[in-house]
Structure formats: C-alpha cells, structure tokens
Ligand binder design. Structure first.
Ligand code: BG6
Length: 491
C-alpha cells in the first residue's frame, strides 16, 4: 500500500498567543488580562499572580518579545518558512479593556487589521484564537470571571464585535484555547479568572488537597459550563455573520496510558481521558455525555451543582463546533497499584513512561502518542481535527559561528510529522498543523524565555534583557523544507 501524503491544501504553520508574545501591555488603550500579572518563574519556582501591578517586580508579559512592534518582521519570517496559516490570538482586553465596555477600543481593532493585512500580503491564512489565557482582570475582580453568568454576555459581545470587524479577513476561528484547563486548579488564573478561589502560586505539578477541595472544584466546573454555553452561542452567531466561517474550539489532548496491563491501571488511564471527553463531548455533540456525572463525582461534585438550565441545553445543541482543535505535547501513564516517579507537562499527567526520553523540563517525547490521540479523537467524533499546538521547549545556545544548531528540535518535528502522516494513513481527517511558538516566546507555565520553542531565536533572557534581535535557527530551514515538500521530505 502506498504511503498517505498530506492533503494538497494542508494548513502548515505556527501558533502564538497574545500575552506570550505581544508585549505593549498598556499601549494604545489595552487593559490588563489576569495572566499579564503573572510573575516570572522557573521549573522549580512557581509563577505568582498579583491582583495588581507591584513595583520592582518583573512581569514577562509587559514586553514579552514585543511582537506588537515587530509583527511585520515576524510575519515576514513566517512567510519565508512558507507558512500557509498563522494561529494567533486576539487579546480581549485590547478590544475591550475592561471586558464589558460599551464601545470597543479602535486602536486595538486597528492592530489586528494590520496583522491580517500583513498575513494577506504573503497569502497566509489567519487562524484566530478568541480566548487564549486572557480573562480581563476587571471582570475577574468584579465578578469572579467565568464563574459569573454575566461573563457569557460580555464574551459574546466581544466575539460578535470581532466577527463583524474581521469577517472578510478571517475564516478560521478557535473559540477557546485548551478549554479543559479549567478542570485543573491553575485554570482559576489561566482560563477562569476565579479569584475567590485564592489561587496565586502556580505550581502545576503539585496541587494541594485544599486547592482541589469540592467547593473550589464546583466553581471551576460551573465556570466551565458557562464557557461551553458561550462557545455554543458564539458558534451560532458566527455562522450567521458569515456562513463561510469555520469555527472550532480546543482541548489539551496529551495521551494517557495504563502503566501496566493490570486492569486497575487500565481503568485509571481510561478515567483520566475523561478530562478531554468531558469537554469535547459537549462542544462536538452538543450535550454532556453519560460519563459526565461520574467524572464530576470523582471531583466531589455532581452535574446538578452546575445549575444547567433548559435554555442552556438548547444553546449547547444549537452551537456545535465545525472542527476540533487540539494541543499535543507529551503523554503520561497511570498506575494505582504501585508508586512511581511522576512526569511533567502542561497538566499533571501521572507517571513517567520508562520507554520514553524527556525534555529539559521533564516532558516526555512521544510522537506515537500523537498518532494514537488523533485516532482516539477522530474515532469518537468524526469531525475534522486541527493540531493547533505541538512543539519542543528546550535550551538553545548561540554557537561560536553565531548560529543556533538545534538538531533535537528538528528531530522532534520530523517525528511528529511522521506520526501525523501515519494518522492520515489510518484515515484521520486532519486539516492542519501549527507548531507552538514558531518564534521564541514567554513560556506559559514558567514565564521563562529560556524554555524556547522557536524556529526563530529571540535575543531576550529570563530577566527581560536582550536586543530582541531575531535569528533563524537550523530548524527554521527544516520546517521550510517540510512545508515546501508538503511533508514528503520526512521519511
Ligand atoms: C499550552 C498553551 O498549554 O502549552 C500555551 O496553550 C503554552 O499557551 C504551551 O505556551 C506550552 O507550554 P509552556 O508552559 O511550555 O509554555
């Protein structure tokens, strides 16, 4: 049998998020997002959320990589790699500084027009994430962010505004980045803006029992329900504004395996996948699935705690998504029969897989897991999939020749492209692939610059020093070749 090739119109590209790259955090009328006020951390030192800007404190989002002023140069470099698509996020607080203002901020609207014009110049299709870790601080302070139903209407108004504004420039949308992040305690800050839960120190791997109490989990799942309702409303409204819109939403979809064939571990792994199904079922199928209640019971709560109304159910049914976007970085194993060393990732992922190697930040490399995950998702939902994030955060050094040689990143890329091709051979319908952080940017979990994902190096360090000069790494040319040959150069 001949090997599957990537579809002719496959959308190759890269993905960024506003608060991790734009900088210019108070410029041109922008308000604060909750995540703007996260201090810098490391793998060992957690980032801290401060409800107001503190003096003598370094906030990486303040300048980030200053994409706000370098966007022309950055998009030109993406074009040089041959990008077909650029996934970026609109910052809600650039458009509505307080989240629910009467009128939008014109300067904010203009900035994204400029981005889309620049993309158009090179034939790059924009893919816009509407909400990527940026709950407006004002809404978090006023009404506990997504815990309040009032945030649904503020968000819908924001979406309607940008849909109308950019209806002729943008076709592809992702409503929520990794919506299932709300099932974890750090979702309070990154995606929920639930300040009453008192979460400030973001130590992703070590959640205290108190942080996971039933009372706090209830607030998170209520907020998540409000996001589902908002997502469905937005899909319906978007299709009315432009019937050509393709509107998706996203889950973090790292793979979960049983550590051994002991049936108790198999069940544990199956259960841990519910963190993905719980969310994707609602967005794709328009209703909570049969496992929802039992999944919630594991968190000490139940569906009736969420105040789901008859009207909500009708809204969920009417606004199912056109495609499912996912992030995939790594995998973890589940063992309940024995104690083993845990693994790291953008969620807690259980036990480290003894067959796999790890990155400098402890995330295991598992390209086969991507193929497995794509099959799990497509088999369950049968709608087009989009890999909205995948990438390797590593320490890069400038060599004596002034260049950055990153064979580890090229290897990671090749292996995942190969896994995608295998998934295509399996019959998965895959629309595109956007590498996370095609240009170095601020790490979400640690706030570091040192954890670099880019094909393009940015001269900036963890303390915010550096010229911001952009330098092409070796992987830049590898991705260029992959796109040019539509994946054929990868064996
Ligand atoms: C995803 C987020 O969870 O992982 C991105 O959507 C994030 O915003 C990416 O940057 C990689 O995680 P990190 O912590 O290495 O930046």
């Amino acid at each position: 049998m001949s090997k599957a090739t990537f579809p002719k119109d496959f959308l190759w590209g890269g993905a960024t998020a506003a608060y991790q790259c734009e900088g210019a955090w108070k410029e041109d009328g922008k308000g604060f997002a909750v995540t703007d006020l996260l201090t810098a951390g490391t793998r060992e030192i957690p980032r801290i959320f401060t409800p107001e800007e503190k003096e003598n404190t370094y906030y990486p989002a303040k300048q980030a990589i200053d994409h706000y002023h370098h966007y022309k140069e950055d998009i030109a470099l993406f074009a040089e790699m041959g990008f077909k698509v650029y996934r970026m996020s609109i910052s809600w607080v650039r458009i509505f500084p307080n989240g629910d203002d009467e009128i939008p901020n014109q300067k904010g609207l203009e900035f994204y027009h400029k981005i889309f014009q620049e993309c158009k110049k090179y034939g790059i299709e924009p893919l816009v994430t509407i909400s990527h870790h940026d709950v407006p601080l004002a809404l978090a302070l006023k009404q506990d962010g997504w815990l309040s139903r009032k945030t649904i209407s503020a968000f819908v108004n924001y979406c309607e505004t940008i849909f109308k504004e950019y209806k002729d420039e943008v076709k592809y949308w992702i409503v929520f980045n990794e919506i299932n992040m709300m099932t974890s305690y750090f979702g309070d800050i990154y995606t929920g803006g639930i300040l009453s839960n008192g979460t400030t120190h973001l130590d992703i791997a070590h959640a205290s029992e108190e942080a996971l109490s039933a009372d706090k989990m209830k607030k998170r799942f209520k907020a998540l329900h409000h996001q589902f309702v908002a997502c469905a409303k937005v899909v319906e409204i978007g299709h009315k504004i432009n019937e050509q819109f393709k509107i998706g939403s996203m889950v973090a979809a790292d793979a979960h395996y049983p550590y051994s064939c002991n049936p108790v571990n198999v069940i544990a792994a199956q259960k841990s996948m519910r963190r993905i199904w719980y969310c994707a079922d609602v967005m794709v199928r328009g209703e909570y699935s049969y496992v929802a209640d039992s999944y919630l019971m594991d968190q000490g709560i139940c569906l009736t705690d969420l105040d789901i109304t008859v009207e909500d159910k009708a809204i969920l049914q009417a606004g199912t998504i056109d495609f499912l976007a996912l992030s995939y970085y790594t995998s973890g194993c589940h063992a309940v029969d024995e104690v083993h060393e845990t693994t790291a990732g953008n969620f807690s992922l259980g036990v480290a897989n003894p067959y796999l190697k790890k990155s400098d930040w402890g995330w295991v490399f598992d390209p086969q897991g991507l193929r497995w995950m794509l099959n799990e998702l497509y088999g369950r939902y049968n709608i087009p999939l989009f890999i909205a994030e995948n990438g390797l955060g590593a320490v890069d050094e400038i060599g004596e020749d002034g260049k950055i040689h990153d064979p580890y990143r090229m290897q990671y890329l090749d292996n995942h492209v190969s896994a995608m091709r295998e998934a295509l051979e399996d019959g998965v319908n895959l629309m595109g692939y956007t590498w996370w952080g095609p240009i170095d940017l601020i790490s979400a979990s640690t706030g570091e610059m040192k954890k670099r994902y880019g094909f393009i190096y940015v001269d900036r360090d963890n303390e915010g020093n550096g010229s911001l000069k952009r330098i092409r790494k070796d992987s830049f040319y590898r991705y260029q070749e992959i796109i040019k040959t539509n994946g054929a150069c990868v064996k």
